[in-house]
Design a protein around this ligand. Structure first.
Ligand SMILES: O=P(O)(O)OC[C@H]1O[C@H](OP(=O)(O)OP(=O)(O)O)[C@H](O)[C@@H]1O
Ligand SMILES: O=c1cc[nH]c(=O)[nH]1
Ligand SMILES: [Mg+2]
Length: 213
């Protein structure tokens, strides 16, 4: 795992990188792409949740009683930035089945590269929860900045943004707008092209995941 000073964590675990390479390959099928995203999301979740607060509870093993570690505090909120966010969310939710779940519906206008909102529903008491917002792609950063604006308006103060690929431009935009939000990603790619796509990237995550286009 590489931690950079600007709150960007790149998960360079061999399994993550191997699976990501297969996802980048344009000949990878929709079914394989979806399955790999699910698998990677669980490995990324392992890193994202490393700092979760802990307490202990008394349990009786078949041998004796002990104070055993257990998660503390209110259940975390997992927020999917629709629609591609669902591909990351499914795997994380398998690992943390008690998480509360919310959705921010946004799509990127292909001309302006500005996000258009169409849905918003999040759990109550956002101010008391660790909020993990998930979207595979951090490209211009406009969608994630908008989503996090909405989450903060809903009360969230402790937010981590989890993505699969990030661009340098997206990281800089997020850092400027939300310096308090840690970004966790599998890769910091090279650049954006003139249409706002991540290079080398993996193409359109939503389309590859759902077989649209
Ligand atoms: O950083 P940005 O430049 O804003 O781009 C990233 C956004 O673009 C993609 O979503 P898209 O708009 O394609 O919607 P979809 O998830 O419904 O496919 C992606 O899932 C992000 O939400
Ligand atoms: O490269 C990109 C940029 C935005 N959205 C995607 O799905 N891919
Ligand atoms: Mg898309």
């Amino acid at each position: 795992m590489t931690d950079t000073p600007n709150h960007l964590t790149i998960v360079d675990h061999p399994l993550v990188q191997h699976k990501l390479t297969i996802m980048r390959d344009k000949t990878t099928s929709t079914a394989a792409f979806r399955q790999l995203l699910r698998e990677i999301s669980q490995l990324l979740a392992y890193e994202v949740t490393r700092g979760l607060p802990m307490t202990t509870k008394r349990v009786e093993t078949p041998m004796q009683e002990m104070d055993a570690p257990t998660l503390d505090g209110k259940k975390l909120a997992l927020i999917s930035i629709l629609r591609a966010g669902n591909g990351l969310m499914d795997g994380v939710l398998e690992l943390i089945p008690s998480a509360r779940v919310g959705f921010v519906g946004l799509y990127r206008d292909e001309e302006t590269l500005q996000p258009v909102q169409y849905y918003f529903k999040v759990p109550e008491a956002m101010e008391d929860r660790l909020v993990i917002a998930v979207d595979p792609m951090l490209a211009t950063g406009n969608s994630s900045v908008a989503a996090i604006n909405l989450l903060k308006e809903a009360g969230a103060t402790n937010i981590i943004f989890l993505c699969l690929l990030a661009s340098p431009e997206g990281v800089a935009t997020m850092k400027a707008a939300h310096p308090d939000v840690r970004i966790v990603t599998a890769s910091l790619d090279e650049a954006l092209n003139e249409k706002g796509y991540i290079i080398p990237g993996l193409g359109d995550a939503g389309d590859r995941m759902f077989g649209t286009k």
